[in-house]
Design a protein around this ligand. Structure first.
Ligand code: HEC
Ligand code: HEC
Length: 176
């Protein structure tokens, strides 16, 4: 009996290891859609009210404008002390969609043109990618708005937005 349990357990471990490395391989080959955010100050300050968005979805000028108006941030006060504000702005600008290479960043930039959007969720390319999702789905208590990326994109924090990783609360897997 004991032998059997050990056998089952090690089979389980092998399956787990197999799954993990297949996943890593895939990510290694494809890479994330946008560069993941890693700066601890950014993650804690700008990830406290909502998902810590990747800088690679908006151009540098958008981040500068947004960081210059934190006292009235979409109706909230998100002010920081000047040192933290500068560190975060520098980080966002260095990783902005017009400063880094990446498939998604390039697509967002092509759609943004010379405009200076403050919302990722209002960029034309974003709207186009999400136009099949009805409003009643967004009203689900675990979503609330399109700004809540990680509610549906389960690996958004890794910068990964692949279709197979989408699980929509109240709906489930997304199939085109
Ligand atoms: C006090 C809470 C709060 C903090 C702190 C905060 N935000 Fe926000 N942010 C909001 C709210 C509220 C919205 C609007 C969300 C919505 O419409 O559902 C928002 C929206 C955004 C959006 C637009 C999302 C979209 O729809 O595309 C960006 C970009 C953003 N915030 C960046 C930041 C950055 C950068 C920081 C750190 C400097 C930050 N936020 C800190 C409350 C906050
Ligand atoms: C209500 C769930 C939901 C929310 C919230 C949401 N998305 Fe999506 N997203 C989807 C679905 C569904 C698709 C379409 C996938 C497809 O058909 O290929 C998609 C597509 C995308 C794509 C294109 C992926 C691809 O492989 O073509 C990107 C990039 C993306 N979303 C980013 C975001 C970001 C950034 C946010 C937050 C600002 C966000 N999404 C919020 C559900 C959501």
């Amino acid at each position: 009996m004991k032998k059997l349990i050990v056998a089952i357990m090690s089979a389980g471990v092998m399956v787990l290891v197999g799954v993990a490395s297949a996943d890593d391989d895939e990510r290694g080959r494809r890479g994330p859609d946008v560069k993941p955010m890693t700066n601890p100050l950014y993650l804690s300050e700008c990830g406290s009210c909502h998902f810590a968005y990747q800088a690679g979805f908006l151009p540098a000028r958008s981040w500068q404008k947004l960081m210059g108006g934190l006292a009235d941030h979409f109706g909230d006060n998100a002010e920081l002390n000047e040192t933290d504000r500068e560190v975060i702005e520098t980080y966002l600008v260095a990783n902005a969609a017009d400063r880094v290479e990446g498939r998604r960043s390039n697509k967002f930039m092509r759609s943004i043109g010379d405009s200076t959007p403050l919302r990722i969720s209002e960029v034309r390319y974003f709207r186009h990618e999400h136009d099949e999702i009805p409003q009643r789905v967004i009203k689900h208590k675990n979503i609330g708005s399109f700004s809540n990326c990680i509610a549906c994109h389960t690996k958004a924090d890794l910068g990964s937005y692949a279709e197979r990783e989408i699980r929509i609360p109240g709906v489930g897997r997304w199939e085109d």
